[in-house]
Design a protein around this ligand. Structure first.
Ligand code: B12
Ligand code: SF4
Ligand code: SF4
Length: 325
């Protein structure tokens, strides 16, 4: 195992703008395997049609996902920025913080590609490497914990001292033998603020999220109508939910790296009116480089209608159409 090379790779990752970087082995993740299998068996992942037994197995067996892997570089980037965009006039919906700037998938993937090229130049050979940012079947938070980046909080997010949980994660699986870092050994202690703050009770048990009740799932991933019994919980949340992070004491003291890529462009607030009749062309033009795309035209229109209805509970205003007022 090469300790010196590891240090150089981690230093390079820092220079490329990653706030956190650590290395772990490509060995299976047995604890995460048990947790994910339990989530599957208990039906907590049922609403995610792609999260099936095979994917869950791959998530905790990196070498099954990418056979040549000898180590994994885990990176984290904070999207915290301390100059939010101004609130537009009129009715507006709230956007989760990770989606205020450029789409993190693109931001991290491009940097990881640069990193891979730089490491290839450093070691003088092409690398067999797989870059993952969210979309690969990989338990990214469990990997980050084992690479020493932070701990998994009771709200299920990866938290790091000084940066809190305002982090997005990425990995490179490669055929490089790098000395692993030790796992992070922090915990939430007896705090339970996030469990009590979750609007829908999706965090009834620490560390285990009931995905079907989570507003991030309902407003981003869910297709079709949101069940009427859950619509009032959406409140003014147009896209995603940050409640279980906003109440976290570690986030109250988190430092903001203010990365240019995450400069707020689409949040914290978006005007509702233009979204009520959003078209595919407008989605591409306005949100082409943003994570907001993920909800799709139908999803954003649906969410805007629900938020509009929640903001006008007396029903005197018709919550559909391009100019509902
Ligand atoms: C599916 C998914 C979702 C789903 C389900 C989320 C969930 N908690 O499972 C939905 C759509 C709801 C969602 C929401 C969000 N997501 Co999301 N999501 C994912 C995705 C694609 C897979 C996650 C997964 O495997 N879930 C299944 C569950 C079972 O896995 P898990 O929670 O990691 O499992 C652990 C726990 O069960 C834990 N555990 C169980 N019991 C116990 C007991 C103890 C004592 C301990 C310590 C641990 C523990 O061990 C397991 C393994 O680590 C990942 C990317 C990836 N490939 O990993 C992004 C990812 C987790 N999401 C991310 C983000 C940013 C979000 C949101 C913040 C977005 C938002 N603001 O709206 C919210 C956060 C909601 C929350 N509180 O988790 C980031 C998280 C970064 C971070 N700091 O943690 C990720 C890593 C994407 C990325 N590359 O950056 N997401
Ligand atoms: S994202 Fe919102 S709904 Fe989901 S667990 Fe956190 S507080 Fe609850
Ligand atoms: S609010 Fe408290 S329990 Fe929840 S993640 Fe933060 S420290 Fe952990």
């Amino acid at each position: 195992m090469d300790g010196l090379l590891k240090q150089r790779v981690v230093a390079l990752a820092r220079r490329l703008g990653f706030d956190l970087a650590g290395v772990t082995t490509a060995e299976p993740l047995p604890e995460a395997d048990v947790a994910l299998q339990a989530a599957l068996a208990e039906g907590r992942l049922e609403v995610l049609p792609w999260m099936r037994a095979e994917r869950v197995f791959l998530a905790t067996h990196p070498q099954e996902l990418f056979l040549p892997a000898r180590s994994i570089l885990s990176v984290g980037m904070s999207y915290l920025s301390d100059s939010p965009a101004a609130r537009p006039p009129g009715p507006a919906g709230r956007v989760a913080r990770y989606a205020w700037g450029d789409d993190y998938h693109t931001v991290l993937r491009e940097r990881l590609r640069d990193l891979r090229r730089a490491v290839e130049a450093m070691v003088g050979r092409p690398l067999a490497a797989k870059i993952c940012v969210d979309t690969a079947p990989l338990a990214e938070r469990a990997i980050a914990v084992r690479a020493g980046l932070g701990w998994q909080g009771k709200n299920a997010t990866l938290l790091s001292p000084g940066l809190g949980s305002w982090l997005v994660l990425g990995e490179v699986l490669w055929d490089l033998e790098l000395a692993p870092d030790g796992p992070y050994r922090g915990s939430c202690g007896d705090c339970d603020l996030c469990l009590r703050a979750c609007p829908t009770g999706a965090l009834a048990t620490p560390h285990t999220l009931d995905v079907g009740r989570c507003l991030a799932y309902l407003t981003i991933e869910h297709r079709g109508e949101i069940p009427p019994r859950l619509r009032s919980f959406v409140g003014d949340r147009l896209f995603g939910c940050d409640v279980c992070q906003e109440v976290c004491p570690h986030n109250a003291i988190a430092r903001a790296p203010n990365h240019r890529a995450f400069r707020p462009q689409h949040g914290p607030w978006l005007a509702l009116r233009p979204l009520l009749a959003l078209t595919d062309a407008e989605l591409a033009a306005r949100f082409g480089k943003s994570s907001l795309r993920r909800a799709g035209v139908e999803g954003l229109r649906r969410n805007a209608r629900i938020v509009w209805g929640n903001l006008h509970p007396s029903g005197q205003v018709r919550p559909v159409g391009p100019n509902p007022a």
